[in-house]
Design a protein around this ligand. Sequence first.
Ligand code: PGA
Length: 250
Amino acid sequence: MRKKVIAGNWKMNKSPAEVEAFMKEFPKLVENTKNEVILCVPFVDVALALELAKDTNIKIGVQNMHFKDSGAYTGEVSPKMLEDIGVDYVIIGHSERREYFNETDDSVNQKLKAAFSHHLNPILCVGETLEQRENGITKEWIVDQVKKALADITAEQVEKLIIAYEPIWAIGTGKTATAEEANEAIHWIREEIGSLYGEEVAQKIILQYGGSVKSSNANELFSMPDIDGGLVGGASLEAVEFSKIVNYDK
Ligand code: PGA
């Protein structure tokens, strides 16, 4: 049985004072879950979030990184820095980074390799636009994104990878994929992992759904056979609401 993994993606939200307020409330609301809980926070909040999450079941992640260890890359944060400070997870290839910050399949692949070599667990994001869905090329598109992201990544590494299927038309729009649509796309990804790495790896890998997940739809989505949890944006910003998503099975 795969565990459920529920990650919050705070995006460009919350200054340290707000992190402090959130962490006064949130840990006790999720302390009894058997699901894995992750908060992917802005870089300026990492040190504080790690400190406040100590002695809790909450893991801390970030939302991006460079693929090089160090160098003249003004404004960037390296995988080595994240490893040294004790970060567990890193989101790679979120659609907002692909759309607004020139993230490509190639940079996503390089970042995945760098994450693995620094003991960071990547959460790789893939997903189609509304136009691609309407043109009937969703499967082709997401399978291609997965293949390109995983070039030269080993089976051993893929077992530690999380892939979040996030249809772009469902992100921040209040429009959620139906549980069936989400499960279908995630099943395609699992099949692709199976053909690239074998059935055992395909059955182990954690595949999440993301895009307007909230407490009112989490149970339906996360109860689907191929959906192993979610990547949650807007609804992860508020402690009580996010705790209800984490505790969707209670
Ligand atoms: P949303 O964002 O839950 O606000 O739709 C999800 C994401 O972009 O990871």
